[in-house]
Design a protein around this ligand. Structure first.
Ligand code: TYD
Length: 208
């Protein structure tokens, strides 16, 4: 079945939108599996701690990229491919495009080398549809400031880094316009959800 990924700057509301779409698809009688990155497997959750905890502040950009790719490789092998083969529709909170934007563009490793690595790691599994929730970096910071839990290693990066992430997602939409669709995440949750449903109908022919 289809593989749909949710992307965007931190606090863009993509996780909320993923949950809303999962419920709508289930109500339409489809079998849905939701996953998140990094994580979703025992190995992936262990890698998530390494990546997002404060202990490894000096982690280099390639070490970081390889760890995200390792968690992804395991998730694809253990969870995503079997689910797709079993006829499930898989929704993922982040996937390869996060690495292209955060590591390839914001950390300046280059989109191509990061894509090449991830093609190897996933056996070339690309999403059928990628929804990018665009939000400007200042709104993201405002939403983050209102949150009670602490910031993780990536969220604690300087504003300039997050500006590059925001711009990177727009770049990606131009680069892969057939697969990647941008949605304005500053709108009301219900309005954003309506657009998500419309894209799923139009692009994948889903009856939701
Ligand atoms: P998470 O708490 O899951 O954040 P969010 O709710 O915003 O998805 O943390 C994931 C963080 O890791 C997020 O800041 C983005 C970053 N990230 C990368 O830098 N590269 C990647 O390949 C992935 C999957 C995430």
């Amino acid at each position: 079945m289809f593989f749909i990924t949710f992307e965007g700057i931190d606090q863009s509301g993509k996780s909320t939108q993923l949950d809303l779409l999962a419920r709508a698809l289930q109500s339409a009688g489809l079998s849905v599996l939701s996953v998140r990155e990094p994580g979703g497997t025992a190995l992936g959750e262990a890698i998530r701690k390494l990546l997002l905890g404060p202990e490894h502040a000096g982690m280099g950009p390639w070490a970081e990229t390889l760890l995200y790719a390792a968690a992804r490789a395991q998730l694809v092998k253990e969870v995503i491919r079997p689910a797709l083969a079993g006829g499930k529709l898989v929704l993922s909170d982040r996937y390869i495009d996060s690495s292209l934007v955060y590591q390839g563009i914001a950390r300046e490793l280059g989109v191509e080398p990061v894509l090449d690595l991830n093609m190897g790691a996933t056996g070339g599994l690309m999403p059928d549809l990628t929804l990018v929730f665009h939000l400007d970096v200042y709104s993201s910071r405002r939403r983050l400031a209102g949150r009670r839990d602490g910031r993780d290693r990536i969220e604690g990066e300087p504003l300039e880094f997050h500006r590059r992430v925001e711009a990177g997602y727009r770049q990606l939409e131009d680069l892969y316009s057939g697969r990647v669709v941008g949605i304005d995440a500053s709108l009301a949750v219900s309005e954003v959800h309506a657009r998500v449903l419309a894209e799923c109908r139009q692009r994948l022919g889903l009856k939701v």
